[in-house]
Design a protein around this ligand. Structure first.
Ligand code: ZN
Length: 174
């Protein structure tokens, strides 16, 4: 009972709150500070960082579904970092642990502990997966460990790009 109450509070504050706040800010600042440029940037970066996670972090790092040149790997690692879901090796270690114990004891986001836990709650309660145990192969890759170490830098770069250009005060308001 306590967990459900806590879970819903966390969901509201940390997951739904920022979403609603962003929508509200876009609504109130529309045409003054937010225009089509910002909106296009928002969707383009949403797609790109999403691909950084699903293609880069997930398929490329975790499942080794494809091999690629260092340039392509670097681009996916950079985009994945910009999604702010954590360092590349931590993310992959968590996901490898999930596959190793899918839906049983030890799965960091098992649906057996409830829908909420499986999707959001685990982020706040599960201890990070052991990198040595689940992602040693990734730690030995110089390119991956470089992006893992410089994670915060890419988060910062992502934020700067999202910021777009300074708002043009003279821009006409329609
Ligand atoms: Zn997977």
């Amino acid at each position: 009972m306590g967990r459900t109450w806590l879970g819903h509070t966390v969901l509201l504050i940390f997951v739904i709150g920022p979403l609603l706040a962003t929508a509200y800010a876009m609504y109130t600042l529309w045409a003054r500070m937010i225009g089509w440029t910002e909106l296009s940037l928002f969707f383009a970066l949403y797609l790109l960082t999403g691909m950084g996670i699903t293609i880069g972090y997930h398929r490329m790092l975790t499942h080794r579904s494809f091999e690629s040149s260092n340039v392509v790997r670097a681009i996916f690692l950079m985009l994945g970092s910009m999604a702010v879901q954590g360092k590349a090796i931590d993310w992959a270690a968590n996901h490898l642990k999930h596959h190793a114990h899918a839906d049983e004891e030890g799965d960091p986001h098992s649906p057996l502990e409830g829908f909420f836990h499986a999707h959001v709650g685990w982020l706040f309660t599960a201890p990070p997966a052991d990198r040595e145990r689940y992602a040693k192969r990734l730690m030995q890759d110089p390119l991956i460990s470089f992006f893992d170490r410089t994670f915060l830098l890419w988060v910062l770069v992502g934020l700067v790009i999202h910021r777009g250009h300074p708002p043009a005060r003279s821009r006409r308001v329609h």
